[in-house]
Design a binder for this molecule. Sequence first.
Ligand code: COA
Length: 157
Amino acid sequence: MTSTLRPWTPDDEPFLWEMLYQAIHVVDGNSPPPRSILSDPAIAHHLTEFGAREGDDAVIACDDGVPVGAAFCRRFPDDDPSYGSVSAEVPVVGMAVVPTHRGKGIGRALLMHLLDRHPIMSLSVDADNHVARELYESLGFVEVHPDGTAVTMIRRT
Ligand SMILES: CC(C)(COP(=O)(O)OP(=O)(O)OC[C@H]1O[C@@H](n2cnc3c(N)ncnc32)[C@H](O)[C@@H]1OP(=O)(O)O)[C@@H](O)C(=O)NCCC(=O)NCCS
């Protein structure tokens, strides 16, 4: 499999919403949440009118031209912080790779690509999402504080 990375375009919006859904961590043994969770304002504000705000950015991984993963980031104002927000200046990153393509280096490539453009980003990751945490730590993210069952992490440079 050869995957390629490309910048997002507005046509990728449905795929970005799918990746946002898949980025919601499901604890082993639990059922995935209903897709209606994407309407929850605390989730939806990651992608609502994506591209309209300065700093909105995303990269798409494709296999044979078909999107298989994405990393996306957005800044959140102080009056509408997101999970993983540390300040209005620091973009919050989210990401997912479709299940068939995980563990093949795509997630690392996506995040490295976005970090090239935004070296300082923060995020929220479930404490028991060991795969994602290992990836983030290996790319320089450090824990800022716990947040319920999640932790907020930041990568400075
Ligand atoms: C987290 C995720 C994006 C990583 O993408 P990926 O393409 O599977 O990851 P990669 O293959 O690039 O691996 C990157 C690192 O993740 C870790 N990792 C990947 N697969 C792993 C596994 N099966 N077990 C343990 N660690 C693993 C390793 O640290 C790996 O580093 P390495 O390349 O040095 O081995 C992907 O697994 C995913 O979509 N998970 C579900 C959604 C999610 O959790 N999103 C993040 C929400 S905060």
